[in-house]
Design a binder for this molecule. Structure first.
Ligand code: SF4
Length: 282
């Protein structure tokens, strides 16, 4: 038996429709089989719980100015709890991300362990490039392509968005692929690194291309437990996002933020650190 949808306050009708389309989607047989098998087998620590097991919709503030784009649900995290970046263990990626958002004043609590924990995001909405937990945390290109309409539906339902933080290179590339359906991408193609900023079109452009894209290393344990990603780096990243995206006259380049190595303006060749390996790599 699968868990019932967690209660989430997402008011506008378009968001409700986007959510409904996501949780009922079965377009990727491999991923659906995997999610259901995980929900059936369970991890020993959660054997008494009912797993969500369905595709995971986005979560957050319907008036969001910032969209945080993750990779995909974790098998025993969001695939269990039904909420993005939720339940992947103490000190996992959900806690790491939420503590950074909390320090930035964008989340009501600094943890993300359960879908009924009362967490509220302020000005932020969190989604994912793929909505079903993939084997080895790696969705295939065809699965990412099939999931793109769900991203499009959420973005269309969030009219106040100004910026997107892509968590990892797969999310960055998924965003570029999505934008390429609306506007030509700049050449050379913007290169991912932590703190990279890509303005794909003038901010007033009435398409996703008008949103400023910000690169951010993924908060996977693989990154946070090795010190490749630190709380200070996330504080600098969200300070940059606030300066760029929050409706305010205080818009800057972010060069002065701690943890930001370099700011990339599109069509300039990136000279930042090289990508690390693995599904969560930059
Ligand atoms: S990954 Fe996306 S497109 Fe594929 S089944 Fe899940 S929700 Fe549907």
């Amino acid at each position: 038996m699968l868990r019932q949808p967690p209660t989430q306050v997402i008011g506008p009708k378009a968001l409700v429709q986007a959510r409904r389309a996501i949780v009922t989607c079965d377009a990727c047989p491999r991923l659906r089989r995997h999610c259901l098998a995980i929900a059936d087998e369970k991890r020993a620590a959660f054997r008494h719980e009912t797993y969500w097991g369905r595709p995971v919709p986005g979560f957050g503030d319907p008036a969001a100015w910032l969209y945080v784009l993750g990779l995909a649900p974790a098998a025993h995290g969001a695939n269990r709890t039904g909420r993005v970046f939720t339940g992947d263990g103490r000190g996992g990626s959900g806690d790491f991300l939420m503590s950074a958002l909390h320090r930035a004043g964008l989340a009501s609590i600094p943890t993300s362990q359960q879908a009924d924990d009362g967490l509220a995001l302020r000005g932020v909405f969190i989604g994912a490039a793929a909505r079903c937990a993939p084997p080895a945390n790696t969705p295939r290109p065809d699965e990412l392509r099939r999931c793109r309409p769900h991203l499009a539906a959420e973005i269309a339902a969030l009219p106040d968005l100004r910026a997107v933080v892509a968590l990892g290179k797969i999310a960055w590339d998924a965003w570029l692929a999505f934008v390429a359906g609306h506007a030509p991408l700049p050449r050379p193609r913007p290169v991912f690194t932590h703190g990279a900023v890509a303005s794909l079109a003038p901010p007033a452009t009435r398409s996703p291309a008008g949103l400023t894209l910000i690169g951010c290393f993924h908060p996977s344990r693989q990154n946070t437990h090795t010190g490749r990603v630190t709380p200070e780096m996330y504080d600098g990243l969200f300070a940059l996002a606030l300066r760029i995206g929050r409706p305010s006259p205080l818009v800057g380049t972010g060069d002065q933020e701690p943890g930001i190595r370099k700011t990339l303006v599109t069509s300039h060749k990136e000279k930042g650190p090289r990508a690390q390996r693995g599904p969560f790599g930059p």
